[in-house]
Write a protein that binds this ligand. Structure first.
Ligand code: HEC
Ligand code: HEC
Ligand code: HEC
Ligand code: HEC
Ligand code: HEC
Ligand code: HEC
Length: 300
């Protein structure tokens, strides 16, 4: 553009028609040269490196995972060359040599969870590759899902709407933070008002953390009450503080809960048999009674 203007000015000033013609010819030749060079590169010959250096190097800014992340995780463009099932396609370069699961790179542990263990699809690692529990993407997933010492491992559905496949609405089509949509045990009893505040990473009003009440009037075991109801402590808990301070015995409910007839911790197991031992440890070996949403007493 600048070049053309300079040429025009030059022409007007000097009125040297012939010189201008030569300039014009030169420009046309140059343009032609550039175009024919471009044309040579257009057919996607497999031997040509279409991707920049580092496509397979996780440390590179050109790493393919990073490219996909920058596309809001949309891999549909890749399928045009690498085939709908990622097996190679017209460019004969398969994703499945490394992404070996049936779903290929769309497997649920590709972008979050354990890349080498398809059974672990929740963070760590999160989608930013963080693995520290201090990161909100990681937080207390492990404690709830894979290493729960006080209850049954908690399914994703308790806190998220789980997509059946990667492009389902509400999954990767929105910016972080991930959506928290409580379900299952989180929302029973008083927990219908459960909520998550992403700005403080705080869960409030969940059944599991003590937002419940049981009534004497409707109970077959009225002797167990010293008030009209027993209540939990309705703890608000911070997701990325994972140091044991928020799930200690006595945090979600007192020992025994408020409104429960008095009892020593060594005695709980006498009535709540199979759940607690004389040391106050949860012994529910299959872990299906403690925090299962129900009253469990006298072996039930
Ligand atoms: C226009 C066609 C085309 C598109 C679109 C395309 N690729 Fe490729 N890709 C190729 C070709 C050709 C090769 C092999 C030559 C090379 O490395 O550039 C390749 C190679 C690769 C490799 C290296 C594979 C190996 O085993 O060496 C990765 C990884 C890759 N592509 C990822 C992607 C991702 C991710 C996308 C989508 C964001 C994508 N590609 C989109 C053509 C394409
Ligand atoms: C040569 C092996 C190899 C090939 C081929 C390959 N990938 Fe990957 N891919 C990896 C590895 C390894 C990771 C995990 C890297 C990490 O987390 O450090 C990864 C990560 C990813 C991720 C997760 C993104 C992230 O960074 O969290 C996506 C999505 C992905 N690959 C898609 C594809 C697609 C699509 C293709 C084919 C077009 C492809 N990959 C081909 C090895 C490969
Ligand atoms: C291509 C990468 C990718 C793959 C593959 C993937 N996810 Fe995700 N997933 C993400 C990202 C990114 C987020 C965070 C989304 C957000 O910001 O809300 C996410 C979030 C989630 C969440 C939290 C709730 C939400 O939607 O934010 C769940 C649950 C989840 N994924 C389950 C799955 C399951 C199940 C699969 C397999 C069917 C899967 N993901 C496959 C990238 C992926
Ligand atoms: C006890 C509740 C709970 C359960 C159960 C749970 N999550 Fe989450 N998840 C969260 C919270 C809280 C966040 C953080 C939201 C934020 O960023 O503020 C989160 C974030 C995520 C993210 C986003 C990570 C990122 O990069 O920021 C993914 C992906 C995810 N969860 C997947 C899963 C999957 C898959 C499961 C089941 C295997 C699961 N979660 C089970 C509470 C839960
Ligand atoms: C994360 C919150 C939480 C923590 C921590 C917790 N509990 Fe509970 N506990 C509950 C909830 C919720 C119930 C209500 C009943 C149910 O859903 O199982 C409950 C019920 C009980 C019961 C009645 C039996 C039953 O399961 O119905 C006993 C006994 C009990 N807890 C003992 C303990 C002891 C001992 C500890 C410490 C080792 C402890 N709890 C720690 C949430 C918690
Ligand atoms: C003498 C027997 C007895 C002892 C000892 C006892 N409980 Fe209970 N507890 C009960 C009965 C019976 C109920 C059920 C009330 C009902 O059916 O409405 C109950 C209910 C509860 C509940 C609420 C409902 C449920 O099952 O989750 C909790 C929590 C609880 N007990 C915890 C404890 C703890 C903690 C201890 C020890 C500090 C303890 N209990 C000791 C008899 C006992």
């Amino acid at each position: 553009m600048v070049f053309v203007i300079i040429v025009t000015v030059y022409y007007k000033k000097n009125k040297m028609k012939n010189t201008f013609k030569y300039f014009l010819l030169l420009i046309i030749i140059l343009l032609f040269g550039a175009c024919s060079k471009l044309n040579d590169n257009v057919p996607a010959a497999p031997e040509v490196n279409l991707h920049k250096e580092g496509i397979l190097n996780p440390a590179s800014k050109n790493f393919h995972g990073t490219l996909i992340k920058n596309l809001m995780w949309d891999m549909r463009g890749c399928q045009q060359c690498h085939a709908a099932d990622y097996s190679g396609g017209i460019v004969e370069s398969s994703c499945l040599t490394c992404h070996t699961q049936p779903e290929g790179p769309e497997a649920c542990n590709t972008c979050h969870g354990d890349f080498s263990d398809p059974a672990k699809i929740a963070p760590p690692r999160d989608t930013e590759k963080n693995t520290s529990t201090d990161s909100v993407g990681v937080g207390a997933h492990v404690k709830h899902l894979y290493d729960n010492q006080i209850g049954k491992d908690i399914p994703c559905e308790t806190c998220h709407k789980v997509p059946q496949q990667v492009y389902e609405a509400g999954h990767v089509d929105t910016e972080l933070p991930a959506e928290i949509i409580f379900g299952d045990k989180a929302i029973i009893n008083l927990g219908i008002n459960s909520s998550y505040d992403a700005t403080t990473a705080t869960c409030s009003n969940t059944y599991c953390h003590g937002n419940w009440e049981f009534f004497r009037d409707s109970s077959a075991n009225q002797f167990a009450y010293n008030s009209d109801r027993m209540i939990g402590n309705n703890q608000s808990v911070v997701w990325n503080v994972v140091d044991g301070t928020q799930a200690g015995c006595g945090s979600c409910h007192n020992l025994p809960p408020d409104g429960h007839s008095n009892a020593q911790i060594s005695a709980c197991g006498g009535c709540h048999s199979g759940i607690v031992d004389v040391n106050g440890e949860i012994v529910d070996s299959l872990r299906y009674k403690h925090i299962n949403g129900e009253i469990n007493v006298f072996g039930n």
